[in-house]
Design a protein around this ligand. Structure first.
Ligand code: ADP
Ligand code: MG
Length: 373
């Protein structure tokens, strides 16, 4: 049974033809770069990549998708555990009920490994014992080499920033990048995609010398106005409702789907947008209050730096007449607003913009209130 039969209605994957085509073109070419898929939070990066995995011919590609979201990885063992999944035949038949076994089978469709790279249990135990990431990367190289005899391996790591600060005999992220470079630029063995919403992490990656000319960046942004309108139209939104969505919500897919849900269950859309804006406003006002009254510090270039209130409001003033602006340097204040998910940095285009339209409108209202004080 698919979900449209199970539920009265289901919001289907929408649009993204351009992005899908771009990724398909990458997949058809020889692996040569590490591909970074980045964009504001909830713009649809994970949804796009999982939809694409569904579409890929299983006899041609072997896809390994690993999502680090919500994973607490503090040491080497944790990293190894998310990377691998013990092969099902190694799991005792007795422990697993029949139904559960079937569910697991459905998850691990041939050619798609959505929860880790399948290995034997003793292998995993071996990796956990040695505590050296070199062994793991050596094994993985062999592994992908073997797979590439029959299929094109595709390795996708979602929420890569989770291991950004992890140290295992030196920073793990650099070892991982070296391994990615080996798989792509050197051996042309495996496609590598890394996804992240953390634009400061992407900025760090972008300025990393070892990655220069070895990465390709793909922006998955919120929908534009026209696309958002078409999306809502599909779910019976009137022209007036589409205008309301456009004025308040903009093109963020997650907020648009929430609006569709709200309409379906008969809740007022005006209430929804008013509440959304009020929430954003409260959050930003609270941050400014902390900065102004109790003081906030941020780790910046390894140092603890005080976030300056005036500098912060100066940044926000850029949005009183514009939706975005071009930046030249990332200041501590900018860094702070980005880390709090108020602003999004597009490293490639050198553009700063609020994470959502709610945030943009909230910033404008707060600025007006500050001015009239
Ligand atoms: N192309 C799309 N079509 C329909 N809904 C989408 C689409 N992209 C995203 N969404 C909705 O937005 C939500 C957030 O998207 P997600 O992929 O998790 O964002 P990200 O990974 O960029 O943070 C999804 O759960 C889904 O409801
Ligand atoms: Mg995601």
């Amino acid at each position: 049974m698919n979900t449209t039969e199970k539920f009265e209605y289901d919001i289907e994957f929408f649009n993204r033809e351009k992005e899908k085509e771009e990724i398909m073109r990458i997949l058809r070419a020889k692996p040569n770069f590490i591909n970074f898929i980045y964009g504001p939070i909830n713009s649809g990066k994970t949804t796009l990549i999982t939809s694409l995995i569904d579409d890929l011919p299983k006899d041609k590609y072997a896809v390994f998708y690993i999502n680090l979201r919500g994973k607490l990885i503090k040491e080497y063992g944790g990293f190894v555990r998310v990377l691998f999944k013990v092969k099902r035949k190694e799991i005792s038949e007795k422990v697993i009920e029949k139904g559960e076994k079937l569910a697991k089978k459905a998850l691990v469709l041939a050619g798609r490994y959505l929860s880790g790279i399948p290995i034997e249990k003793d292998m995993l135990d071996g990796f956990l014992e040695t505590k050296s990431s070199e062994d793991v990367f050596e094994f993985l190289e062999e592994y992908f080499l073997k797979i590439s005899e029959e299929k094109i391996p595709v390795l996708i790591i979602d929420e890569l920033q989770v291991i950004g600060d992890l140290e295992i005999n030196g920073k793990l992220i650099y070892k991982l990048f070296n391994f990615f470079i080996r798989l792509t630029k050197e051996l042309h063995l495996c496609h590598v995609f890394a996804l992240s919403s953390d634009s400061l992490f992407i900025e760090k990656v972008y300025s990393e010398a070892m990655l220069k000319n070895r990465c390709r960046y793909l922006l998955v942004d919120d929908f534009d106005e026209k696309t958002a309108g078409k999306f809502l139209e599909k779910y019976g939104f009137t022209e007036e409702e589409i205008k309301l969505a456009n004025d308040y919500v903009g093109g963020k897919p997650s907020l648009l789907t929430t609006m569709i849900d709200e309409k379906k269950i008969g809740r007022g859309l005006n209430d929804y947008v008013e509440k959304g804006l009020a929430d954003s406003k409260e959050e930003i006002a609270q941050l400014l209050y902390y900065i102004k009254t109790i003081g906030v510090t941020i780790k910046y270039q390894g140092k603890d730096i005080d976030v300056n209130y005036e500098n912060t409001t100066e940044i926000l003033k850029n949005f009183s007449g514009n939706d975005f602006y071009k930046y030249s340097v990332i200041t501590p204040e900018l860094c702070y607003l980005v880390s709090k998910n108020i602003l999004f940095v597009d490293t490639r285009e050198k553009i700063i913009k609020p994470q959502s339209k709610f945030d943009l409108l909230a910033i404008r209202e707060i600025l007006k209130e500050i001015e009239t004080k």
